[in-house]
Every structure is written in C-alpha cells, then in structure tokens.
Ligand binder design. Structure first.
Ligand SMILES: C[S@@+](CC[C@H](N)C(=O)[O-])C[C@H]1O[C@@H](n2cnc3c(N)ncnc32)[C@H](O)[C@@H]1O
Length: 432
C-alpha cells in the first residue's frame, strides 16, 4: 500500500491524518474535496479512452465497408487504427488507478474544459521528442535565478508532465522539490519517468502531409536517473494543501495566465506559501484571457501588482522562444515568455477566491437568474423545442411557421435560426 513520505506530509495542512491520504498508484491526491476530483477525472478518463475506442471502431468500419478506398488511404487507416488501439491499451494501463467513486457534491472549481489530454503534446515534448526546448527552458531560468540558486524547499505549481521541474531539481541540486498539478495523466506519466519506466505512445499529427507522418510512436523515458527529494502531488493551485510559509521558492512554469483567478489572487497565495526572503520564479507567456480586460495584465502591470502583494524585484527576462517544437510537430508555436524572480519581503492577507456562484456550491440555495443565464435559457429552450419537434414528417419551413407564432418572431428569423441550429448540428457530426 502506498504511503506518504513524512517530509512531504509535514508540509500539509490537509488531510490531517496520513491514513486519509488518497493515492492513485503511489501518487498522493491532496485535494480539499478528493471525492469530487475522483469522479471528475474518472469521467474524463472514460471520455478519453472512449475517444480512442470509438475512433478505432469507426476506422475499422470504414476499412470494412468503404468502397473504392485507394491503397494509400487503406495504409493510412490501418496505421491510424493501430495507433488508436495501442494508445487505448497503454492509457488504460496508465490510468487504471483512477477508480470509481461517487461524488457527493459539486463544490470545487475544476474548469470544465480541463481534460486529461489537453496537454498531451507536453508528454511528448518532455519525454519523447528530440528537441532542445527543455534545455532552453532550463538555460533561460538559469539566466534569471543565477547558477548558484539553491532553495531548500521548492514548489512547482502546474508542473504538467514535469520535465522542467525534474531538470531544475537535478541541475540546481535541489534538496526538496514538490511538483503540483491537477491533471492525473500528466502526473502518472511523470511518475513512471521518475521510476525509470518507459512508455510507448503514439503522437497524432493534426495536419500530416506525408503518409509516414500521420502518426508516430514515441518511447517516453527519462535519462535523469534517480531524483531523491522530488515529490509529485496531485492538487489544485486554487486550493493548495500546504501550510503557510513552507517553501523558499515557488516556480510557476506556463501557469499564471491560465488560472481562473487574477494574478493578484495568485500572488497572495504564492506569498502565503513562501517564507520571508523566499523567491517566486515565473516562466511563461502572458496570454491571459479573462473576460474582465483589467485582469489581462502586461509586464509593467504585473510589476505593480507584485509590489502590492509583498514582493520585491530581483531579476527578469523577456525572450522569444519556440514552443512544442520538434521536427514532426506541425503545431509548434512562437511565443514570447516573461521570466521573473521576485523576493518575498512581507506577509500580505489572502483574499478568498470565488469562482462558482454560491447556489452551485450549496444545492439548497435558489439559482440566481443572471442576464447571461436568462439569454442562455432562451437559446436552450429554442433548441430543445426545435429538436423535440422533429418527428420525421415535419419540414424546416413548417417548424419555422410554428416557431414564429409561438416565439412571436418574424417567420424568416425563425427559419434562419432553426436552419442555423440544425446546420451546426449536421456539420458537427461530420467533424472530428
Ligand atoms: C500550459 S501547461 C504547462 C505545464 C508545464 N508547466 C510545462 O511548462 O510544460 C499548464 C499546466 O497547469 C496545470 N493546471 C492548470 N490549472 C491548474 C490548477 N488549478 N491546479 C493545478 N494545476 C493546474 C495543467 O494541468 C497543466 O499541466
């Protein structure tokens, strides 16, 4: 049975007892509401595995029933089928520890667009592709922190497939690194890398030109050897499990702009994790996409905010880099990253973070009718009525006439709306 290392457990504010720590394999899950995450990620696991299964079955059927398939097309379909089948088996094995659990309530804030495969390319970049991108990241960070940087206790937030966290641990001879992410697939793979295992996984190319670049199998493995003092933790950055002031360094690689809360709320939480004199090292783009424009910060605005949050400037660097780059990767990007190292000089209060409305957190509260909800309600009602009225006999113009009367709208508007909804539906089932 998996146990938690006492050095790691001593940093935690929850759970209170070691026996309450939940594990997938030997990976500790340190969420406030573990039950919710178990169900969330189990659903995502089923969705992900199903994706490979359904694709494999569809391709099989195309191969069997497809008329006039050229031999090159057959070859492509065969290799795609093999890749789906193989990834299904490999991923089912990696994810088998995500067991069934019942969720009592919906009271945590995993943004629902988070899927297990959202950052799958990072698995290849970190552990499979031949690329100098990982070394470049270490070099840039070294320029900002200095070659002699050696915090006693480092926490990497949003560690992903964890190559950078492990490289930093090794390169700087860090005594203790705690690497946190809420995506169990990335962490389970990272954990296999830590143990020296190797995993064969197929990488799907979204825009292949040649037959042999449609899919490619990579062997994911680490050459970093044993990393004593390196810990992987499945946890949520918005609700971290650590007691206050436990770390001398916090690293945020490619994270600050994708969190659901503002930079200021993150800075307060990083402050809370650090002891006085500890450093916050950031590396990544500033691609904030909050609806409130005031939250989409640039470099000088970030500097204003960290001062308010108890930090002092130490060093910074802006660099243009390639992201997810390898010979076979068509989706690699050019990004401008902002690196900073700032020092905590005083404690600041931490404002609460409210992401979801109260009525979602407490199922007994009445659901508030916001303008957005009202608009959505009308749209959904129209769509539901539309799909419901389809019985195999009625035509689009008959539906439009009925809807024009019912919704008191011009007939041509009703026809355009109904056509658009059904057109979108028909288009969506033809796409991947
Ligand atoms: C853009 S990826 C970067 C991954 C890694 N740092 C790297 O540089 O390759 C962002 C990572 O943050 C993680 N993440 C996003 N929101 C998080 C949250 N609230 N708690 C924990 N991890 C989170 C994602 O799962 C993902 O692994």
């Amino acid at each position: 049975m998996a146990t938690i290392d006492p050095n790691l457990f001593s940093l935690l504010k929850f759970p209170k007892n070691e026996s309450e720590v939940y594990f997938t394999g030997d990976l500790p899950w340190l969420f406030k509401d573990v039950e919710y995450y178990k169900t969330y990620w189990l659903n995502k696991k089923n969705e992900f595995l199903n994706f490979h299964k359904v694709n494999q079955a569809n391709i099989e059927s195309e191969l069997k029933h497809g008329k006039n398939l050229g031999s090159a097309t057959r070859t492509r379909l065969e290799v795609l089928k093999k890749a789906h089948e193989s990834n299904y088996l490999t991923l089912a094995q990696i994810l088998k520890s995500l067991d069934v659990a019942a969720a009592p309530s919906f009271d945590v804030a995993v943004p629902s667009h988070q899927s297990l495969h959202l950052y799958r390319k990072n698995l290849f970049r970190d552990w499979g592709w031949v690329t100098n991108e990982n070394q470049h990241a270490v070099d840039l960070i070294t320029e900002v922190v200095g070659a002699n940087w050696k915090p006693n206790r480092t926490c990497v937030l949003g560690t992903g497939a964890s190559r950078l966290a492990m490289d930093l641990h090794k390169e700087f001879h860090l005594p203790m690194t705690v690497a946190v992410d809420f995506n169990p697939l990335l962490l389970l793979v990272a954990n296999e890398m830590l143990k020296g295992a190797s995993i064969k996984l197929w990488d799907f190319n979204t825009a292949p030109v040649e037959l042999d670049s449609v899919v490619k199998e990579f062997e994911l493995k680490s050459n970093l050897g044993n990393l004593s003092g390196f810990y992987l933790v499945c946890g949520d950055v918005t609700e971290l499990p650590f007691k206050d002031h436990q770390f001398n360094a916090i690293v945020t690689p490619w994270l600050i702009d994708i969190l659901p809360f503002s930079f200021k709320l993150l800075a307060q939480r990083v402050n809370q994790l650090l002891e006085i004199g500890g450093s916050w090292v950031n590396f990544g783009p500033l691609g904030f996409s909050h609806r409130d424009e005031s939250m989409n910060l640039t470099r000088p605005e970030i500097a204003e905010q960290w001062k308010e949050c108890g930090f002092e400037f130490e060093s910074e660097k802006v660099s243009a880099i390639r992201y997810l780059s390898s010979d076979s990767e068509v989706n690699s990007r050019n990004e401008t990253v902002y690196l900073f190292k700032i020092k905590k000089v005083k404690n600041v209060p931490v404002e609460p973070f409210e992401y979801l409305p109260n009525w979602l957190l407490n199922s007994n509260k009445p659901i508030a009718v916001s303008d957005e909800l009202q608009r959505h309600k009308q749209l959904i009602r129209f769509q539901a009525d539309l799909f419901h009225s389809i019985d195999g006999k009625v035509s689009l113009s008959q539906i439009a006439q009925l809807f024009a009367q019912h919704y008191k709208m011009p007939a041509d508007t009703a026809l355009a709306m109904a056509t658009n909804v059904l057109r979108q539906f028909e288009e969506s089932i033809k796409r991947k």
